[in-house]
Design a binder for this molecule. Structure first.
Ligand SMILES: [Zn+2]
Length: 238
């Protein structure tokens, strides 16, 4: 039943804006219910997250940039990408980063049945666990769209949903300064930043903007005295 699958979150998405939920989660009714859903963690820093990987070119470039900055982050992996690039997925974990699940494929859960979503998350979780030997604990749905089916499927797998409070719209492959400016519009102490280490769902080579924006973000965070953390460290559940 479609209406049932949409659940309580669906009314928040009225208007058709797929990306509305994170903003609502950060500022709207969901925030008071569970701030950690938006990735709101301890003060003194931000969690840095990357979606859509692993990617054969983008992920190694992001890993190198993170290493140069001394940062550790959380990567929300797609099962399909993990099967394509298992060595890259393992390199993420070997570098000390945290892995979460983004799904097996990159689909909007609002137009899929609860059964489909359950199978997708189970397949993605199995792929990430088998390849990296780490069972993910965090889940971020594609497009930030959570259906009741997403929530049930995540709970059944022991995954905790986490969205974000600031993004860089780096998938648009704009100038790095524009990525930084977009992040800074919502960047605040205790928030979670969303970027992408893969262009598998966006403009080819968009990860180059992401990589070039990271040192700029470092300057901004230094200026504000904010550290960079993995989600497990940020949300105090690690
Ligand atoms: Zn995504």
């Amino acid at each position: 039943m479609r209406a049932r699958s949409l659940g309580v979150v669906a009314p928040l998405l009225a208007g058709g804006a797929l990306h509305a939920l994170p903003a609502l989660a950060a500022r709207g009714p969901l925030r008071s219910l569970r701030p950690s859903l938006a990735g709101r963690g301890r003060p003194g820093g931000v969690a840095l997250t990357f979606d859509d990987g692993p990617d054969a070119a983008g992920t190694p470039a992001v890993l190198a940039a993170l290493d140069a900055l001394g940062w550790q982050a959380t990567f929300f992996l797609l099962g399909r990408q993990v099967r394509r690039h298992p060595d890259v997925a393992r390199a993420v974990v070997a570098a000390g980063h945290e892995v979460g699940l983004h799904g097996d494929v990159h689909a909007n859960h609002l137009v899929r049945s609860p059964r489909w979503v359950r199978r997708d998350l189970a397949a993605g979780c199995a792929a990430v666990t088998a390849v990296t030997e780490v069972r993910p604990r965090w889940f971020r749905p594609p497009y930030g769209v959570l259906s009741a089916g997403s929530l049930h499927a995540a709970a059944a797998l022991g995954l905790t949903p986490v969205l974000w409070t600031a993004w860089g719209r780096d998938w648009e492959a704009g100038p790095p300064a524009a990525v930084l400016a977009t992040v800074c519009r919502s960047l605040d102490d205790g928030g979670t930043v969303l970027l992408h280490d893969s262009d598998c769902t966006s403009r080819a080579g968009s990860w180059r903007s992401t990589v070039a924006a990271l040192p700029l973000l470092a300057g901004e965070l230094d200026r504000r005295g904010l550290a960079v953390r993995r989600l497990g460290d940020h949300l105090g559940a690690g």
